[in-house]
Design a protein around this ligand. Structure first.
Ligand code: UT7
Length: 319
């Protein structure tokens, strides 16, 4: 038993921000950003929230799938940047779309969050507990980025993507891993620890990153994990029609392709236009690729996410 994509949708803030615009207030330049990251522009919230973007993407995926929201049984929102702690975003989505019968909860595994959520849905559905799932990745990272830190603020963007899945019999295999011992490489301590009894610590509330460490981690673990996944399935890189990786940085994707000895044309990218949207990057990419008609029945694809935690995951899916 496995799950199959039956619908997709995405929601992007209206405001596009180019590298040149950023370089109006940070000491950088368009060339540096393009060369080191591949990013040309990103979309930044002008009041859109994780909630509003998630709801919009969800409605598009439901429309695309042609289903009735009240038949949805499971809603998971992967996010690490929600403006609200309670109620969770998935419950907000449930209310907004009218999915009365659904079980809804959020999951945070940063940039691997969407794949962790897909794996969770697959486990529930394969176990016979639910028949379908709406999985959303939604982020407004512009709220947690330090706009005076040129090494991080150039990377991130805002947006949401949603995929609707139903039970199926096609091949679907996941590997997911966490390495909390390296967590300091990419952190964000957002909320005060102050209470009636405790003064609280002074926190740096923005994303803090050791870029080189994350780069090394991503290129190494993603290629190793994909090779392990394929090996366990008796397949090779040549058997794969398309690679859909978390859109963190074009150089990371090129480096992974090289390590895998895979043809770079098999790697779809949109990081150039959206920047790194963390848990939203994979569903936004899949939605784009689906709409272009590039995903056809019988294709074998590999999806991989990696990021803070540190967390990482790879998935082999036969369409
Ligand atoms: O979802 C996962 C999220 N994280 C990532 O994907 C991050 C992965 N890491 C990276 O993408 C890269 O490490 C960065 C793009 C963040 C940085 O590129 P790098 O080639 O690793 O640069 P670096 O950190 O080694 O810094 C090299 C130089 C430094 O200057 P000095 O010390 O050599 O004088 C930085 O201060 O580049 C400087 N620098 C910049 N210069 C112009 C850092 N950011 C910028 C900038 N513009 N925006």
């Amino acid at each position: 038993m496995s799950i199959r994509i039956m619908g997709s949708g995405s929601a992007i803030p209206k405001r596009k921000v180019t590298n040149d615009e950023l370089c109006g207030f940070i000491d950088s330049n368009d060339n540096w950003i393009k060369e080191r990251t591949g990013i040309i522009s990103r979309y930044i919230s002008m009041g859109e929230t994780v909630r509003t973007l998630a709801c919009k993407a969800a409605k598009k995926a439901i429309k695309d799938a042609g289903i009735n929201a009240c038949d949805i049984e499971l809603i998971i929102v992967a996010t690490c940047s929600a403006e609200q702690a309670l109620p969770c975003i998935a419950c907000e989505v449930q209310k907004s779309i009218g999915a009365e019968g659904a079980v809804a909860f959020d999951l945070n595994a940063a940039c691997a969050g969407f794949l962790f959520a897909m794996n969770t849905a697959d486990t529930y559905i394969s176990g016979g507990i639910y028949k379908n799932a709406l999985i959303i990745g939604a982020e407004v990272l512009s709220n947690i980025v330090d706009w005076s830190d040129r090494s991080t603020c150039i990377l991130f963007g805002d947006g949401a993507g949603a995929l609707y899945f139903e039970k199926d019999n096609s091949k679907l295999r996941f590997i997911q891993k966490s390495n909390g011992f390296k967590g300091e490489a990419l952190s964000c301590y957002q909320r005060d620890s102050k209470s009636a009894f405790y003064e609280g610590d002074i926190l740096y509330k923005y994303v803090k990153m050791d870029g080189r460490e994350v780069f090394r981690f991503a290129t190494r673990v993603v290629s190793d994990t994909i090779l392990r996944l394929l090996d366990e399935e008796g397949m090779t890189v040549d058997d794969i029609d398309m690679f859909l990786l978390h859109q963190a940085n074009l150089r990371i994707i090129e480096c992974i392709a090289k390590r895998l000895k895979a043809d770079i044309s098999k790697f779809e990218t949109n990081v150039e236009r959206f920047g790194n949207t963390s848990s939203a990057s994979i569903p936004i990419l899949i939605d784009e690729v689906r709409r272009k008609g590039k995903l056809t029945e019988g294709m074998k694809i590999v999806i991989s996410g990696f990021g803070a935690g540190l967390t990482y995951s790879a998935c082999l899916m036969e369409l």
